[in-house]
Structures are given as C-alpha cells and as structure tokens.
Design a protein around this ligand. Structure first.
Ligand code: HEM
Ligand code: HEM
Length: 274
C-alpha cells in the first residue's frame, strides 16, 4: 500500500494507522489521506466511553456516583484537550477548518460542498455536542445528589446555587440524550443510506477521497512536544478540579440531612472521593 497522504506531522507518529488499515490500494480515481490524526481518534473513542459511563452511572445513582464523578472528571480533561487541539492540532481537527458559516451550510444542503472532514452540517452538531458536554460537566461539578455525593466544586457555592446547578444538570442530560441520538442517527444515515465510509476513518484515520477534492494545507512544524503539552494541560486541569474537592472535612458543608440515613452502599457525606 502506498503511504497515505498526510495532512499533519502527527501522521509520522501514526504508524498504527497503516497497520490497522487493511492492505488495500486506494480505488482508481481516489487518493488515500490520513483524515483524522491519532490524538483525535483516541479523544473520540475515550469520550464515547466516558460519556456512556457517566450516563449509566448517573442513572444508577447511589454508590455508582463515585464512578459518575470519575467519568465526569475524565470528560473535563478530554474537553480541555479537544479545545486546545482544535487550535493546534492537525488540519482537519482544527475548528477553523470546519467552522460552519451560513454560506457553507447552504452550499452543503444544495449539494455543492466539497471537502474533507466534518461537513458544515456535521460541524454544527460537533460544536453543539462539545458545548452541551461542557455545560453538563460544569453544572455537575457544582451539583449534588442530596444524598451522599457532591461535585468537587459544590462546597464553593451556597445550597440554593448547588440545587440550581443540579436542576440544570438533570435538564441538560435530557438535551444530551437528544443530541447523542441525532449523532448516532446521522452516522447511521450516512453509512447505510449515503454509503459514506465514516466509521473506518474514525478508527484507522484513513480515508479515500476523489481526485481533485480540495484538501486543507498540511500543518507543518508540529511535534510530539506539542501533543505532550496539550495532554499535560488537560491533566493539570483535571487535577486542579479534583484537588478543589479535597477540602478538609470541617470546610466541607454537610450535603443534606438524609446523609445520615443514606443506604449502606452510599459514599461518605463529604465530597472527598476524588
Ligand atoms: C457517547 C457516545 C459518543 C459521543 C459523545 C460522540 C461524540 C463525537 C464528537 C464530539 C465528534 C466530533 C469529533 C471532533 O471532535 O472533531 C464525533 C464524531 C464522530 N463520531 Fe461520535 N460520539 C459518540 C459515539 C459514536 C459512535 C458509537 C460512533 C460510531 C458507531 C461514532 C461515530 C462518529 C463519527 C464517524 C464521527 C465523525 C463524523 C464526521 O465524519 O464528520 N460516534 N463524535
Ligand atoms: C458529560 C458528563 C456527564 C453526564 C452525561 C452526566 C449525566 C448525568 C445523569 C444522566 C444524571 C442523572 C440525572 C437524573 O437523576 O435524572 C446525573 C446526575 C448527577 N451528576 Fe452527572 N453527568 C456528567 C458529569 C458530571 C460531573 C462532572 C459531575 C460532578 C463531578 C456530576 C455530578 C452529578 C450529580 C451530583 C448528579 C445527581 C443529581 C441528582 O440528584 O439527580 N455529573 N448526571
């Protein structure tokens, strides 16, 4: 197989892509490109796993809330990573590459858009998903379940604000279910009806595109150090948020009177399980 055309220097650290991809030549009239860099793919599947865990544990409640908080903290780190990667990552990962304008959306709807990566309509859903997930974690961090679990920042706000954050958290979860349903339905529609191969590129990074498809310029000069820096920043944010929850017991507000009547499976009443 000829080497895929790289849109990023991160392709160099991406040897796995060619191993994971079946050894097939690009079809006649197409060229093979590395569409999604490895960090973006790891981000996507980690986010999918963490959000699924957060949804399931949030619905289960009780003793599962400790895992809910851990999954939520992982999502904090993933979102920080994605925001910075949207600025310094490889071409198709950059927000500037796929930022949707009304003109681009209209041209896509009229069937006139040509390009690689998120199409203008898909880009709208990407921004909506990332935005809603950010609000979801932000409200969760300040919320509590009125039993024995509190987000690590809950002790920084008064009871009324904590309750409001929790209310928003529950409401936003419903919005998130709708967006996630749309996301999966859109992917299924493109794959089953329009015969677009979307899922394989999100796994291997590789995609065959028609000759003449406009490609974004390759981003040069990026090194593994940039990636390490972004990962370190994301980890530092997670540690800072988790650390804020490590308050001395006397500084932590009791969550609710029910804490003493919590079932034996519940966590301790101070937000310290970080
Ligand atoms: C809770 C589960 C999921 C979440 C939160 C999620 C979230 C996202 C996000 C945020 C993006 C944009 C990637 C970027 O940052 O640029 C994306 C793209 C994508 N996702 Fe998911 N995803 C989930 C599950 C899935 C599943 C189960 C599949 C496939 C079976 C899938 C297939 C894709 C594909 C193919 C794209 C790229 C779409 C395109 O080419 O424009 N996702 N997803
Ligand atoms: C994107 C990430 C998250 C998702 C998808 C999510 C989802 C959910 C869901 C579905 C529930 C159940 C709501 C209900 O009872 O109807 C819930 C509850 C809760 N979540 Fe999250 N959550 C996330 C992140 C977080 C984070 C980061 C924290 C704090 C560390 C947190 C704290 C809570 C609390 C305190 C509750 C209990 C609220 C109640 O009493 O119902 N969540 N979450």
């Amino acid at each position: 197989m000829s080497n895929p055309e790289l849109l990023s220097d991160f392709g160099a650290a991406d040897g796995g892509a060619t191993i994971l991809a079946p050894d097939l030549p690009a079809r006649a009239g197409t060229r093979r490109i590395l569409l999604w860099d490895l960090p973006l793919r790891v981000f996507h599947w980690s986010l999918a796993a963490a959000v699924t865990t957060a949804v399931v544990t949030g619905e289960l409640g009780g003793a599962w809330m400790a895992w809910h908080g851990r999954a939520g903290l992982l999502i904090v780190g993933l979102l920080v990573f994605r925001v910075v990667w949207g600025v310094v990552g490889s071409a198709t990962s950059r927000f500037a590459h796929f930022a949707p304008s009304p003109g681009r959306v209209i041209s896509y709807l009229r069937g006139r858009w040509r390009g690689v990566g998120h199409n203008p309509l898909g880009a709208l859903s990407v921004f909506a998903l990332l935005g809603l997930l950010s609000l979801q974690v932000a409200t969760g961090l300040f919320g509590n379940d009125d039993i024995a679990f509190a987000g690590p920042l809950n002790h920084l706000v008064d009871d009324a604000s904590g309750a409001r954050a929790t209310g928003w958290h529950r409401l936003l979860a419903d919005g998130l279910f709708v967006l996630l349903g749309l996301h999966l339905a859109a992917v299924a529609f493109h794959v089953a009806v329009k015969r677009h191969r979307l899922i394989r590129p999100m796994i291997t990074g590789l995609q065959d595109v028609e000759e003449g498809t406009p490609l974004p310029p390759r981003q040069r000069g990026r090194s593994g150090f940039a990636l390490l820096g972004v990962v370190a920043l994301a980890a530092a944010c997670v540690l800072a948020v988790a650390g804020a929850g490590e308050v001395p017991a006397k500084a932590a507000r009791p969550i609710a009177v029910q804490a003493t009547a919590a079932p034996p499976t519940s966590q301790p009443a101070t937000p310290s399980a970080w």
